[in-house]
Design a protein around this ligand. Structure first.
Ligand code: GDP
Length: 297
């Protein structure tokens, strides 16, 4: 399970301070030292860890906290609040355009789970919000990607817009939006091309789609299992495209947690959804507070 090592270590660390009737500055320093090591081992970005620890120290080494009736618990509360803030604080919502359809552009590297997540997101929008999405196959370089989206469309009994591999992605997106208007699809989810690595051609193409289509959301799909790489990918995509949110996939695997804990701090963009498996119903809204509780026990 994800975060297992991190959760074990943080829980045993906070356990030591939990029941203490008196907490000294030294106790807090010891705790933060252990928390720092646990986060670094979980592959959390170095600078993110540094700032996080600084904030905990500032808030926990405080007269009001240390002289309270339950200082141990107060310190733990600080850790939990800061962990929640680190992962984005409030749960963030999905956009709804003033004028239908709401357009969502899915971007990410090949293999991150972009196409699967396109299907999962459509499923979630229908099930939870009673929406009627149109899926759009704009990855014109890989016929397999188009087929994959069409298969997902069949499984979900949802329309998929495709013009094959010969058309230009901007035209595909524009025509898909027209079709959505005619057929009363209130969400258009565009599955764009991925590459093995961040490259300039890909970014230029995505920027063109963005400029022309003006999507309401640009979701970057990243694989949580890739740790710091996921964070670097998020940084590059955000610089080039000013994404609106991140979908973290494969959180059902044994990821150490680094990506989940660093992405918001590094990009200042929220993690909106988490992929929890390969199946079409295994996508969840990302709740920072619940995730923090899961990690801290
Ligand atoms: P794309 O190249 O980014 O479009 O990636 P795909 O959608 O084809 O997904 C790549 C692989 O990751 C597939 O085998 C998916 O089933 C798998 N996958 C996607 N999301 C998840 C997830 O949340 N959990 C797990 N375990 N597998 C996932």
């Amino acid at each position: 399970m994800a975060f297992e090592g991190l959760a074990d270590r943080l829980q045993s660390t906070i356990q030591k301070i939990k029941g203490k009737g008196k907490v000294t500055e030294q106790d807090v320093k010891e705790m933060t030292r252990e928390v720092r090591l646990a986060l670094l081992e979980a592959d959390v970005n170095f600078k993110v860890v540094k700032d996080f620890i600084k904030r905990i120290k500032e808030r926990a080494i405080d007269q009001e906290v240390m002289e309270s009736l339950t200082p141990g618990q107060q310190v733990i509360k600080v850790v939990k609040e800061e962990l929640t803030t680190l992962m984005g604080g409030e749960q963030s919502k999905i956009a709804v355009a003033d004028r239908s359809p709401t357009v969502i552009m899915m971007v990410g590297l090949q293999g991150a789970g972009k196409t699967t997540t396109t299907g999962k997101l459509a499923n979630l929008l229908r099930k939870k919000f009673n929406r009627s999405p149109l899926l759009v196959a704009a990855d014109v370089y890989r016929p397999a990607a188009i087929n994959q989206l069409q298969t997902l469309g069949k499984q979900l009994d949802m329309p998929v817009f495709s013009l094959g591999t010969e058309a230009n992605p901007v035209d595909i997106a524009n025509q898909a939006i027209e079709q959505a208007k005619n057929n009363h699809n209130d969400y258009v989810i565009i599955d764009t091309a991925g590459r093995l690595h961040v490259d300039n051609d890909l970014m230029a193409e995505l920027q063109q789609i963005k400029a022309d289509v003006k999507p309401d959301e640009i979701f970057l799909v990243v694989d949580a299992m890739t740790g710091q790489d996921a964070v670097n990918v998020a940084e590059s995509f955000n610089e080039q495209l000013d994404i609106t949110g991140v979908v973290l996939t494969k959180l059902d695997g044994d990821t150490r947690g680094g990506a989940a804990l660093s992405i918001k701090a590094v990009t200042d963009k929220p993690i909106k959804f988490a992929g929890m498996g390969e199946k079409l119903d295994e996508l969840e809204a990302f709740h920072p507070e619940r995730m923090a509780s899961r990690i801290l026990g």
